[in-house]
Design a protein around this ligand. Structure first.
Ligand code: ADP
Length: 414
């Protein structure tokens, strides 16, 4: 289009020169017909020139508009694709950084910002953003070696976490390196809990089994006369150690079934369950001269698994009696529009502050000797916690050493 307009202007210029020459010639020859003819040709050529020029101008305008529209569409498509990539990267549960070859961050997805709690990391060094030398080294090594590098890294900031990190360079640009971090803190924690649990179970089982074996050996080596005196004593101990093993295995089974979701719940009067458990434990409290008080309305309905809720009330109330030497144990049931609240308070030995966060762990006991002497397995509170959490509720403790403890259980009513 541009060339067509140039040719037109060239033709116009040539015609103009020709007309000017013709006009000059007619003046020199004093010929009157030439100016009239020249003026006529000039008029026709001029009109033609204006018309064609207009047309060409119009067409070139249309072409410019079309090109503008195309580039706008292209830009919009590019923007949309960038948004799709951003959306995709932000939806991933993997932290992603894009850095230059010196480790300055050019892009970070949502998870990366969350993980390192750094508002706008663009333009900052990866070390400054992550406070991890290991991650910085990984990026620089990937740039140097030009192949992907993987490593398990421990991140200390803002909290201690474990991540699987990978750094690799962009095959299309020497100056770009990607870094991804997949958090495996929970996985590592669960592995540790499982290892500890297996070790704890073995330890808990070994103690009664060693006792049983030693006593059975003594009995088997005894002559009939010794048997008469040792027999009743040792057989009694053997029976109580076997009972203890049964108790541990029962608690382990209860814990396993409490962990197996989902629980079958039905609308139940929880006050009735609490009252039955309190009646069951009354003789135990009386034997220690403790007053056992129940304060509750007659009916509070909540969706619970009756067997599991019985176990919760029993474990908490039995603990309150076991760990109280004098005074009272008070059991209360209250309700709010949304929740049922069960509180079990005692005036017992209390729990040291540093132990309070750990008592819901399996086999954790503040005083091993006292727990064993009272027939405890160290599993009661972890069973309570699992059951309550699988009901969508929560359990907390408030306690003061030598003053007493209060365990609070909240359960949703719907
Ligand atoms: P155990 O079978 O040892 O009672 P639990 O899991 O029921 O195991 O409780 C864990 C530990 O928490 C107990 O060993 C005890 O040290 C402490 N504990 C639980 N309830 C109370 C309480 N009411 N008062 C004081 N300490 C308690």
């Amino acid at each position: 289009m541009k060339t067509a307009r140039q040719v037109l202007w060239l033709l116009g210029a040539v015609l103009g020169i020709c007309l000017a020459l013709t006009l000059a010639l007619s003046v020199l020859r004093r010929d009157p017909t030439l100016p009239t003819a020249t003026a006529a040709v000039g008029l026709v050529a001029g009109t033609l020139f204006i018309f064609v020029n207009r047309r060409l101008q119009h067409e070139s305008q249309a072409e410019i508009e079309q090109a503008n529209r195309r580039s706008e569409l292209f830009e919009r498509e590019m923007r949309r694709q960038r948004e799709v990539v951003d959306e995709l990267a932000d939806g991933l549960e993997v932290a992603i950084f894009l850095c230059d070859s010196k480790g300055a961050v050019e892009y970070a997805n949502r998870k990366a910002i969350e993980l390192f709690r750094f508002e706008d990391p663009r333009g900052r060094g990866i070390l400054k953003v992550t406070l991890s030398h290991d991650l910085e080294q990984l990026v620089l090594k990937a740039v140097q070696e030009r192949h992907p590098i993987n490593a398990e890294v421990v991140l200390r900031y803002p909290d201690e976490r474990v991540g699987l990190a990978k750094a690799w360079t962009d095959p299309n640009s020497e100056d770009r390196v990607f870094l991804s971090i997949y958090e495996i803190t929970n996985l590592r924690r669960l592995e540790r809990v499982r290892r500890d649990f297996v070790a704890n179970v073995s330890h808990e089982l070994r103690t009664p089994m060693t006792t049983i074996r030693a006593m059975a050996e003594i009995l088997s080596d005894s002559d009939p006369e010794e048997m008469k005196t040792l027999g009743p004593r040792y057989l009694g101990r053997i029976i109580s150690e076997v009972d203890r093993l049964t108790l541990i295995s029962d608690d382990l089974l209860t814990l396993a079934s409490a962990e197996a979701n989902p629980v079958a719940k039905s609308a139940t009067n929880v006050v009735e369950i609490v009252r039955n458990v309190v009646d069951q434990l009354r003789s135990q409290a009386e034997a220690k001269e403790l007053s056992l008080i129940l304060t509750s309305p007659d009916v509070v309905i909540a969706p619970v698994n009756a067997n599991q809720f019985t176990q919760v009330v029993f474990n908490l109330a039995a603990n309150a009696i076991n760990y109280t030497n004098k005074g009272s144990v008070t059991v209360r049931v209250d309700e709010t529009p949304d929740e049922v609240v069960l509180s079990i308070s005692d005036t017992g030995i209390g729990i040291p502050l540093e132990d309070q966060p750990r008592i819901f762990e399996r086999f954790y006991r503040v005083d091993k000797g006292r727990s064993r002497a009272s027939g405890g397995t160290g599993l009661g509170l972890s069973i309570v916690k699992h059951i309550i959490e699988s009901h969508g509720g929560r359990v907390t403790v408030e306690s003061e050493l030598n003053k007493g403890s209060t365990f609070l259980v909240s359960l949703p009513k719907r």
